[in-house]
Ligand binder design. Structure first.
Ligand code: NDP
Ligand code: 8X3
Length: 251
């Protein structure tokens, strides 16, 4: 059966993707920094479905950890069919003159450099097979900038650019590249952004019904299971009450 490698599978979209692909018989490589959650998810999915799950605990910002951990997996696991570059986050929300350097470093290192480290390691495996599919998680924040979004929006615009670049570079190798750009979705994203402040995080979703992790996972699964000759290059998905990164119809 096919293998899907999902970064950031310990919550939100990544976890929802793991459940969706597992339910459809895919073997999974799941990654994240929270080892306990990875182990629990592995146990749960292997019990529920007739699949194998390989949990890998590493920080995508750590170039050496990314390359050493991935390169050390058993050869049969390197036959990856689908790479979902999902690990990412926002940290803080303030005008650019008040931003924290440390928040900027975390976002740039995770959303841009981490995605590059993982991709650079896995792409040679896909090339050797002459097939594969890379799905990158962008955001509506890649398409329009919103107030106080500055660096987060810039990292997601970088994901948008890198997805276009990958599509061009990997075209000769029959490797598909899809950028999926969700709007507001209620995951752990806002709690992480506001550093554990649940009240601030809850306010993000007041007055509208946001996307759920499952909505995005279903969309990613759809992109990943189209006929071999079809590739969705770029896809924006929002809830009913969101038109773009900053325009909402709230109740
Ligand atoms: P969650 O916070 O629920 O999940 C983020 C995942 O990324 C976790 O599994 C986390 O794992 C992992 N992660 C974060 N930093 C690192 C790191 N340094 N190394 C390894 N893994 C890391 O958020 P979402 O599911 O919402 O977000 C997933 C992606 O979707 C992100 O790229 C986000 O920017 C994007 N997105 C989110 C939207 C939203 O509104 N929720 C909308 C559009 C895009 P762990 O902490 O265990 O390391
Ligand atoms: C995450 C969604 O609206 O916070 O990319 O930018 S938003």
């Amino acid at each position: 059966m096919a293998i899907v490698l999902i970064t950031g599978a310990t919550s939100g979209f990544g976890e929802a993707c793991a459940k969706k692909f597992a339910a459809n018989g895919y073997d999974l490589i799941i990654t994240g920094r929270r080892a306990e959650r990875l182990q629990l998810l592995q146990q749960q999915l292997e019990q529920q479905h007739n699949i194998k799950v390989l949990p890998l605990c590493f920080d995508v910002r750590d170039e050496k950890a990314v390359t050493a951990t991935l390169n050390a997996i058993p050869e049969q696991w390197k036959a990856v069919d689908i790479l979902i570059n999902n690990a990412g986050l926002a940290m803080g929300a303030s005008s650019i003159d008040q931003g924290e350097f440390s928040d900027w470093d975390v976002m740039i290192d995770t959303n841009v450099k981490g995605l590059l480290y993982v991709s650079r390691t896995v792409i040679p495996w896909l090339k050797a097979q002459g097939k594969g599919h890379i799905i990158n998680l962008g955001s509506t924040a890649a398409k329009q900038v919103y107030a106080n979004g500055n660096v987060y929006c810039a990292t997601k615009a970088a994901v948008d650019s890198l997805s276009q670049a990958m599509r061009i570079d990997l075209l000769p190798y029959r490797i598909k590249v899809t950028a999926v750009h969700p709007g507001a979705a209620q995951t752990e994203f806002a709690v992480v952004r506001f550093k554990g402040d649940a009240e601030k995080a809850g306010n993000v979703y007041k007055g509208f019904t946001p996307l759920r992790g499952e909505d995005v996972a279903d969309t990613i699964y759809y992109c990943a299971t189209l006929p071999a000759h079809v590739c969705i290059n770029d896809l924006v998905i929002t809830c009913l009450q969101q038109a773009n990164a900053y325009y909402f119809q709230k109740e």
